[in-house]
Design a protein. Structure first.
Length: 490
């Protein structure tokens, strides 16, 4: 099959789009700004969902569901929150259509809503309005809720998975008796995201805290995980917010503590989205197509028979029928592609494009020799392996591939993380090597904004493992005690 994938060195943006489309992950919808996630792409999201959902439950959280529509008045109760989302909101104003008598369907102007409804851009307001009825006493706390949902944020420039008007995500919303508990929750969920990114996605991340300029609207602190893509741009892969008492006060969510005193609760919220699929593509894939870490691959092993006549096919199929249950017992997902409508070469190209970690090819001579041809997607290397104990070899190799994918991304990030000690050096790095730039900043939003306007680079985070280091801000020359992480970003 002809892949027709643009080289990432030639045009990274087109390379990304080619992989999304040609690997059958998603396509543009007839609804402007929205996407259709195709079965193969959605199966990756399902694996992400299942793993994260279990992690949430293991840390004491329960799933619930809240309305898609939020009364406009709810947004006006928390000023910074509404300001942060005002330009992205889709608004429902009417509830009925009618025929205009000429065969056209129009909005019934008499069916105007008494109060406009906002299509959910995030759920803090509707959830905290609900929590007011759920929380009365310290016995009701902590309240640890997660929601799997879709959200709408009106985007002018869209890219499949990375930025679309509608996307899928999860959002956790928790209530606590003390600020310490809420901060602990915020940090714990950041660690959950980092663990998932590194150990399942094969994606090394930097854990950090956002500057006030980059903080979530309505939060006191926003923690994040930041990853580096193969074009040297950063991608925010997950966020966890300490909301303080802002939403509790806005929606009057109070509880009686153990001493009988009435207080407002403390809150956190946290979320990741289908943007993670975009991160997966951009961090690992190559000019031959998608490269998937085995832990998230819908198909971990594909078996392609190469045969002349039914007799050879029957011998190969008998062997495969014995091998597949052994692989499945080890938790390995496997597909036997014995279609007679496509040639082996077409199948090889298809599964390489779709990022299947291991491909086995078995022919008549392999059956005579007791071997198989094994191809790795991460390195594109081929080797001949004996059939005896093949399932154990595959299980070990999948672990090796998972680690190799992480190591490659980690090495790339290391090679593309550079210190800058002057503004000229900073700009030179942005125009050349790109990646993460560790530089001193004076802590003021004015300086941060000036750097962003002049270079399009933002402070991705202040790393949590930062070491104190005396220096001067690259822009203002004012004293600084630590470096922050800059990058151009998605």
């Amino acid at each position: 099959m002809s892949k027709g994938i643009t080289s990432k060195n030639e045009d990274y943006s087109q390379w990304y789009n080619d992989i999304v489309i040609k690997a059958d992950l998603a396509e543009h919808s007839s609804v402007k700004g929205c996407m259709v996630i195709k079965p193969y792409g959605y199966s990756i999201w399902e694996k992400m969902q299942a793993i994260l959902d279990q992690k949430f439950k293991d840390t004491g959280h329960s799933n619930a569901y809240f309305p898609l529509f939020i009364p406009k008045s709810y947004f006006s109760k928390e000023a910074s929150h509404v300001e942060g989302f005002a330009t992205e909101c889709a608004v429902v104003t009417h509830y009925r259509l009618k025929n205009d008598g000429n065969g056209n369907i129009i909005v019934d102007e008499t069916a105007k809503l008494e109060e406009e409804l906002i299509v959910r851009p995030t759920s803090e307001t509707i959830i905290w309005n609900t929590y007011r009825g759920w929380i009365q006493s310290y016995r009701d706390l902590p309240l640890l809720i997660n929601q799997w949902a879709n959200v709408v944020r009106w985007e002018m420039r869209t890219r499949l998975f990375l930025r679309t008007t509608e996307f899928l995500w999860q959002e956790g919303h928790t209530a606590h008796a003390t600020s310490e508990e809420a901060i602990e929750e915020t940090r714990e969920m950041l660690d959950v995201y980092a663990d998932f990114a590194e150990n399942w996605m094969g994606l090394p991340v930097v854990k950090g805290v956002k500057t006030p300029n980059e903080r979530f609207a309505g939060a006191l602190d926003t923690f994040c995980i930041e990853a580096l893509m193969q074009d040297g741009k950063a991608l925010q892969a997950g966020t966890s917010h300490f909301l303080g008492q802002n939403f509790a006060k806005a929606f009057d969510v109070k509880f009686t503590n153990k001493e009988g005193k009435i207080e407002h609760v403390w809150a956190s919220s946290w979320g990741v989205s289908t943007r993670l699929i975009g991160a997966l593509i951009m961090a690992h894939s190559d000019d031959a197509g998608l490269v998937l870490p085995p832990k998230l691959a819908p198909i971990q092993v594909v078996i392609v028979p190469i045969y002349k006549g039914d007799e050879e096919l029957n011998k190969i199929s008998t062997f495969v029928d014995e091998l597949m249950p052994k692989l499945k017992r080890l938790g390995i997902s496997v597909k036997y592609d014995d279609r007679d409508t496509q040639r082996p070469g077409f199948k090889f190209a298809e599964y390489e494009l779709k990022g299947v970690p291991i491909r086995l090819a078995i022919g008549g001579r392999d059956m005579e020799n007791g071997t198989v041809e094994l191809a790795r997607r991460d390195t594109r290397e081929k080797q001949t392996v004996i059939q005896e104990g093949l399932e154990i070899h595959i299980a070990q190799l999948l672990e090796e591939i998972q680690q190799n994918i992480y190591n490659k991304a980690f090495d790339y990030r290391t090679e593309h993380t550079t210190d800058a000690n002057s503004y000229d050096e900073f700009k030179e790095l942005l125009d050349g090597k790109a990646g993460f730039i560790a530089a001193h900043w004076d802590g003021t939003p004015e300086t941060e904004q000036k750097i962003k306007e002049e270079t399009k680079a933002t402070i991705r985070c202040i790393p949590l493992d930062n070491k104190l280091e005396e220096g001067v801000c690259i822009y203002s020359g004012k004293p600084s005690t630590q470096r922050v992480l800059f990058a151009r970003a998605y």
